[in-house]
Design a protein around this ligand. Structure first.
Ligand SMILES: [Cu+2]
Length: 532
């Protein structure tokens, strides 16, 4: 990995407020107040200001306690939104520990800007995302392990714009960067003018620490605006963002060991936007657009809304050419689904994660309650959608084919095994950042077959920089090929065939399993796109 503590602005910010202006401080406190209320914000400012305590005074005297946060059944709150101005979305993201209360549990975990999820970023195609990332996490206590797929140095971070068709090099969407604690770093990602519009997201991608950081809630939505411009049934619908996570923690409300994350029984509960079982209000007959992001660190969710259909209009930030009417929505870690919901009659309906077998049981439980009440609204679902934005890849375009095999080894007693007894591989090897696994010519159009030989688990194939069009699953051709950036590959020989155009950007980027425990333990490869 490149260690570039001095790229961008090298100023040290470990002293707490050194790198922050008063406005940024107020901004950070404001973000906290969304979750914790005014008293909480005051507390946060008090901490940041580092008020001096005299020797004869208890250090806690005069401090305002955190505001109590109800465990559940509160109206859904969305993360703070930060927008682009004059073509640039310029913002600061501070990585630091924060106290949070979720679902009746008090946590002390790594965060973006003190929240979970982090702020929602909104920009348009052709615009530039400019971030100053301040790594205010404490110094790492450990050195580099001999096997870099042994999770390590949990306070290093970096930044990935999941789903972006953008440069993977330099200070752009470069996940080979290493952002050590105690410094700040500049990130600049320019989206092409013809970038697809939809629901994307951001998260850390540093090998060794990404899993610990994402499971702590270091995730956020990144919305590229402008889709469905000619479809009033969609543009007039109230929009909601639903960031799904699995909340895990140890006995201290922290995540400091990989053991906290790895066992299949580790999942404690599900949350939306950092809230346990929130309430989503609708009027009878109202249509809402839900941008659903599965930012869970490990598991699929099979979503089910009592007595309602789900109408999918986009997957992974790419518009569908026709509405898909679903009884249930299966969404894997990393995937997004944009869904229209038309409320029925007055009443309370459960949004559930239903039982699903991904090799082990997916988490189940109530995610939210939909409360339908008030004066009816006569809103319609769209009859037709505009043509999908990316042209279907024809047989005659294919310039090359290749196969990628996902596999794993497990101890005798799989469910009870310690993580160090497992191995996760692609093409029989663990991740090596110094090795190039797939070399692809710029402009190539390829057909890839992804095979999962693992007996125990489904996996989630994800590749950076260029989306792909799934043409068949387990030997069965899809009636309508589907554009994606993440796809489930079923266990015991499951196969997904997709096609992809490797356009516009050279450089090195990643493909990996988006179940973060697997990626962290080595189920990742490098891809180099080169100019012939
Ligand atoms: Cu996996």
């Amino acid at each position: 990995m490149q260690h570039d503590p001095n790229d961008g602005s090298p100023e040290r910010t470990m002293a707490g407020t050194a790198g922050l202006s008063r406005r940024q401080l107020l901004g950070a406190a404001g973000a906290l107040s969304l979750i914790g209320g005014p008293a909480r914000a005051q507390h946060a400012m008090h901490d940041h200001a580092g008020a001096a305590h005299s020797a004869d005074m208890s250090p806690t005297m005069g401090m305002v306690p955190e505001a109590a946060v109800p465990a559940m059944d509160q109206p859904l709150v969305e993360p703070e939104v930060r927008r682009s101005v004059n073509g640039v979305l310029s913002t600061t993201l501070r990585c630091a520990y924060a106290y949070r209360q979720i679902g009746g549990v008090r946590l002390y975990v790594r965060s973006y800007e003190g929240g979970s999820p982090g702020p929602t970023l909104r920009m348009k195609p052709g615009e530039t995302l400019r971030i100053k990332l301040i790594n205010d996490l404490p110094p790492n206590r450990d050195g580099l392990p001999a096997d870099i797929s042994h999770p390590h140095q949990f306070n290093n971070t970096n930044f990935h714009f999941h789903g972006a068709h953008a440069s993977p090099s330099g200070i752009a969407d470069n996940v080979m960067r290493s952002m050590a604690p105690g410094h700040s770093y500049n990130i600049e990602i320019a989206l092409p003018a013809d970038h697809t519009s939809g629901t994307y997201w951001y998260h850390p991608h540093h090998h060794g620490s990404a899993d610990i950081q994402m499971s702590s809630g270091m995730v956020g939505a990144l919305i590229v605006e402008g889709d469905f411009a000619g479809v009033p049934e969609i543009t007039t619908a109230r929009e909601r963002l639903l960031v799904l996570t699995q909340v895990v923690h140890d006995a201290n409300g922290m995540i400091e060991n990989f053991e906290t994350l790895f066992p299949e029984t580790a999942t404690r509960f599900l949350a939306i936007n950092g809230q346990r079982r929130p309430v989503i209000e609708m009027r009878p007959g109202e249509v809402q657009r839900w941008r659903i992001l599965n930012a869970a660190y490990q598991d699929d969710m099979l979503l089910d809304l009592e007595k309602h259909d789900l109408h999918a209009i986009a997957y992974d930030g790419i518009q569908l050419g026709a509405v898909q009417k679903l009884k249930q929505l299966l969404i894997a870690p990393g995937q997004r689904a944009d869904i229209l919901v038309k409320a029925g009659g007055p009443g309370t309906y459960a949004l559930n994660a239903a039982p699903y077998d991904q090799g082990h049981p997916s988490p189940v439980g109530p995610l939210a309650r939909i409360v339908v009440s008030g004066a009816p609204m006569e809103m319609k679902l769209p009859g037709a959608l505009p043509a999908a934005p990316l042209a279907s890849i024809k047989d005659t375009e294919i310039t090359n084919r290749r196969k990628v095999v996902l596999s794993a080894t497990a101890p005798e007693a799989d469910a009870a095994g310690h993580w160090q007894e497992f191995g996760f591989f692609i093409d029989g090897k663990k991740f090596d950042p110094g090795r190039i696994d797939q070399r692809v010519k710029l402009g190539a159009v390829e057909e890839w077959t992804i095979v999962n030989t693992h007996e125990h688990d489904d996996h989630v194939f994800h590749i950076h920089t260029n989306p792909f069009q799934v043409v068949s699953v387990n030997g069965k051709a899809l009636a309508v090929p589907e554009w994606r950036d993440s796809v489930i590959v079923e266990r015991k020989g499951g196969q997904v065939v997709f096609r992809s155009r490797f356009l516009d950007f050279t450089g090195v980027y990643m493909l990996h399993c988006h179940m973060m425990n697997h990626e962290e333990m080595g189920m990742m490869q490098t891809v180099e796109v080169y100019k012939a």
